[in-house]
Design a protein around this ligand. Sequence first.
Ligand SMILES: NC(=O)c1ccc[n+]([C@@H]2O[C@H](COP(=O)([O-])OP(=O)(O)OC[C@H]3O[C@@H](n4cnc5c(N)ncnc54)[C@H](OP(=O)(O)O)[C@@H]3O)[C@@H](O)[C@H]2O)c1
Length: 267
Amino acid sequence: MKLGVIGLGKMGEALVKGLHDQGAPRQYQVEATTRTPETAKEAQQRLGVKTHLDNKKLVENCDVLVLCVKPHQAQKVLEAVAPFLQERHTLISIVASVTTEQLSRWAGGKPAIIRAMPNTPCLIGEGMTVFAAGPGAKSAQVKQAEEIFGTVGKTAVVEESLMDGVTGLSGCGPAYIYMVIEALSEAGVKVGLPRKTATLLASQTLLGAAKMVLTRGVHPAALKDEVTTPAGCTIDGLMALEEGKLRVTLIKAVLAAARRSKSLRGE
Ligand SMILES: NC(=O)c1ccc[n+]([C@@H]2O[C@H](COP(=O)([O-])OP(=O)(O)OC[C@H]3O[C@@H](n4cnc5c(N)ncnc54)[C@H](OP(=O)(O)O)[C@@H]3O)[C@@H](O)[C@H]2O)c1
């Protein structure tokens, strides 16, 4: 199957690398475009993927297209290739905030449209990509999108009305978590640990806790209770977090980013 990446930037590259690392090139022949010849040449040399500037040729060559340009570039790019997009095409857009209705309109109404929200850990195969089916997208095409992005992490499917919330949670979430890791590392330094050790302790603790939630399928509150011995140390730490309003602050962060995602469309 021929897979075209329109806009081989950071996120496009994460996907291409993931497909490569999973041995998927045998299944997907990837071709890509960029805007400038310098980045096309550099990406082709570095990633070994045929990369050029001709979106029309890419559309003609590929059945599945992944749109990875910046939000302000999406309309122009799609309108330029709309005459060449047919019913045989599936267009998966990772462009933040742009709806499937807008995508379908700009793309001329023929291709099946799927909106996706990946995140940067796709770069190391630990991404979270969420999909919403748009006009013309059948369940087999959504499944295919999940298979493609499944090479760079986990996937889920939601109703499109939830995509701004998804953006605020898993799309932007890595930044919140880096801040948590940074703060825990600072705490480690404060109690006397070398910075490198403190950062290792903070990040591995986060990774371990996340894996406990994912593998044991237990509610996070129950796992928290397991660590919290009566009159022990953890409950004092938890009290400090409650005093600092950690939970409501994180909830507000997701809501603020979701609002921003919505407002980028002028809503
Ligand atoms: N970063 C995130 O965490 C994240 C998460 C989820 C979704 N997204 C979405 O992912 C998209 C891409 O983000 P990014 O960080 O990967 O951006 P990026 O690194 O700037 O990549 C954009 C790419 O699009 C190319 N491009 C621009 N105009 C083009 C055209 N007319 N034809 C072909 N290629 C064109 C650029 O080529 P040149 O380099 O030659 O200009 C560049 O390779 C955005 O829409 C963003 O909303 C990002």
